[in-house]
Every structure is written in structure tokens, then in C-alpha cells.
Design a protein around this ligand. Structure first.
Ligand code: FE2
Ligand code: FE2
Length: 367
């Protein structure tokens, strides 16, 4: 289902510019636009966008007043709002932040910056919605503790993500969702608590957050990286850890641990710390299996999608080498649920033969 971005600006020219940029650069996004805050409020009474871009200075009502009104609706609690400011931002920011703004964009709007911010905020919004949907699908209520965390920390997570809003990873939101659900599935199968599994579902998508610190020329390079580029690429694990580690939040602490440990290997050949066996945090061992499996069975710019059977064989071969055998076994025990997750959030049809290129293995299992 496409995500909806609400645009509110009294200048029709600005609306047109934002609409054109978003439609050109972001697939699966629809826009609903208003030049009148009152009309936008009327629409918001019966509808729920996934993200709002709101002009600060409008004759009918300021962006801050608009935000105050719309935030009174509990359904708008977790919806990110970007405030667009033409005046000196320092004058506006404190009031806007108190009023509930998630992030700012300055006029004249830089299209690259706008798209990057929208992408991050929409990814986060989708992840949190999926988490709730998954909890319902499992037939139970997400535990009280985690529901509290999800609500309280939603804004914190958004803030952390957008601080690095020039993120330009090729990874898709669908990959994040699939690998999160696969991680949660493994955790359940190995007998982790409900609370741990719920938190892992929210924290797993943070695994590559450190890639925002990797230059475009490396992150987006098609094909192989040279040795120097690899060393730079590998720093994304510790960058992600540094970004998240200082929080008091248990969820972000788990995210930090995942970011740092998801490229460790069970035999000690991984990075950044070359940890071995159970000295690798459990969340890192779980996410490694989920992340690599999902990358294998889906197409990437540098490799075709593997047949699922080949990917399962790869996991079997890498038991005790790349992966914790218990985590591999857990995933292999639940193959039909794994394929349900892959199909439910698929981008491309999985191939039904074994035609995938083996030469791409190093790429996918290392990045
Ligand atoms: Fe990674
Ligand atoms: Fe990933």
C-alpha cells in the first residue's frame, strides 16, 4: 500500500515543486496537498497520512498552530512532521520542537535533502506499523512493556535516524521489514522471551544505520569494492554502534549491539571485533542469519536473487562458520513461515530454479 505524504504550504508553487520531486524520486508514495491549513485539518480529522511536510509561515494559521491542533488527535501521535522554515531557523526551532515537529527543512528546499528525510521517516513509520500488525497477526497483544517502549521511544528513534538524514542506502524498507520479522522468528524458535522478541523486531532494522556515515561513492558503487573501500565500508558497524550506544533506552541499546555485531562470524572471521562463538551478542548472531538470508533471496544491484533452496543450503554450509548453528537450525525449522514473510513483503518474485550466480556470494555475505 503506498504511503501518503501530506503537504501543506500556502504557496502553490512550493506545493508543485515538492509534489514533482517526491513523485519523481519516491516510488510507492502518494501525496495529498493543501494550501489552506483549515482544509488540511478537516482532511486530517478523517484520514491518517504517514508523514507531514508543513510550512511554518502561513497567513491563515502558523505551522506551529496547525501542528498543535493536529497532534491533539491520538492517531497523530506517531506521525512524523517536518517543519519547513523560510525564516531564520533558530527563531522557530525551539517552539516548533515543543509543538511536536520531528525535523526541519529550510527554504529554498533542497530536493535531495527533502527526499532523504522523507525516506528515513517513512521507513521508520512503516517499521513501527508492521511491528503492531505482526503482534496482532500472532494472535496476541504485544506486551505492555514493549507497547510503552514503542510509543515513548518512537520520537527518539525518529530523531536519531533523521540526524543522519543524508542516508542514501540502496537497501529498501522491504528488506528491513523482512529481516526484522525473520530475526523475530528465529528468536521465538530458540525460546527467547516475548519481550525480547518484540524488541528485536523493532531494533533489527537499525542494523545498518551506520551506513549513513559511508560516502556515496562506496555505498552506491555497483560491483566490487577495492580493499581500501572495503575497509571504509566495514566501519558502518562501529559507526552504527556509536550513533546509538549512549541512549538510556533498552531498545536503542539493543539496536547499538545489533549494529556493531551483525557482521561478526561464529568462527571469529567477522568484523569489527572478530568475536567468536557465543561471545558475539545473541542479537548479532540472530540478525546475521536473517540479514544474509534475506539479502540472498532478493535481488541487489550487484547480484541476482538466489533460489530459496540455494540460500537454505548456504546457511547449512555456513553453520558454525559464518553463523551460530542454533540460529540456522531455528530458521530451517520454520521454512514455511520464512517463505510467508518473504512473500508478504516481496519486491520481486523469487526464482524457482537454482540459477543464481555463486560468484556473487562474497558480495552479499560480506556487505
Ligand atoms: Fe551491515
Ligand atoms: Fe541488511
Amino acid at each position: 500500500m503506498p504511503q501518503t505524504i501530506l503537504l501543506l504550504d500556502d504557496e502553490p508553487d512550493n506545493i508543485v515543486l515538492m509534489e514533482q520531486t517526491l513523485q519523481r524520486k519516491m516510488r510507492d508514495v502518494s501525496t495529498i496537498s493543501f494550501v489552506s491549513p483549515r482544509e488540511a485539518l478537516a482532511w486530517c480529522a478523517g484520514n491518517e497520512p504517514d508523514l507531514c511536510l508543513i510550512d511554518y509561515r502561513m497567513p491563515e494559521m502558523s505551522g506551529i498552530e496547525f501542528m498543535a491542533q493536529v497532534r491533539q488527535n491520538p492517531r497523530f501521535y506517531g506521525i512524523p512532521i517536518v517543519m519547513i522554515t523560510g525564516v531564520a531557523p533558530e527563531d522557530v526551532r525551539p517552539a516548533a520542537l515543543i509543538g511536536g515537529a520531528t525535523e526541519f527543512l529550510s527554504k529554498p528546499i533542497n530536493p535531495v535533502e527533502m527526499v532523504a528525510r522523507c525516506r528515513n521517516l517513512l521507513m521508520l513509520r512503516q517499521t513501527l506499523r508492521d511491528q503492531r500488525r505482526q503482534a496482532r497477526r500472532l494472535g496476541g497483544e504485544v506486551s505492555e512493556a514493549v507497547r510503552g517502549i514503542a510509543l515513548r521511544e518512537q520520537e527518539i528513534i525518529i530523531g536519531r535516524l533523521v540526524r543522519f538524514s543524508e542516508a542514501r542506502d540502496e537497501e529498501t524498507g522491504s528488506h528491513m521489514r523482512r529481516m526484522a520479522f525473520l530475526s523475530e522468528l528465529i528468536a521465538r524458535e530458540i525460546g527467547e522471551s516475548r519481550e525480547f522478541c518484540d524488541m528485536l523486531l523493532l531494533a533489527a532494522p537499525m542494523h545498518d544505520i551506520g551506513k549513513v556515515g559511508i560516502p556515496d561513492r562506496i555505498l552506491l558503487k555497483p560491483g566490487s569494492l577495492d580493499p581500501v573501500e572495503w575497509e571504509i565500508m566495514k566501519t558502518h558497524a562501529s559507526i552504527g554502534f556509536d550513533v546509538l550506544k549512549d541512549s538510556d533506552s533498552a531498545l536503542l541499546k539493543m539496536g547499538a549491539e545489533i549494529a556493531r555485531s551483525h557482521h561478526e562470524k561464529f568462527d571469529g572471521q567477522g568484523y569489527p571485533q572478530a568475536l567468536c562463538g557465543e561471545s558475539i551478542p545473541l542479537v548479532g548472531r540472530i540478525v546475521a542469519v536473517a540479514d544474509v538470508f534475506d539479502a540472498l533471496v532478493n535481488e541487489r544491484p550487484y547480484k541476482p536473487a538466489w533460489a530459496p533452496g540455494d540460500a537454505f543450503d548456504f546457511l547449512r554450509r555456513e553453520r558454525t562458520k559464518h553463523f551460530d548453528p542454533a540460529c540456522v537450525d531455528a530458521l530451517l525449522k520454520r521454512i514455511s513461515e520464512v517463505m510467508d514473510i518473504e512473500n508478504e513483503f516481496s519486491e520481486h518474485q523469487l526464482p524457482d530454479d537454482g540459477s543464481a550466480s555463486r560468484s556473487s556470494l562474497r558480495e552479499v555475505s560480506s556487505r
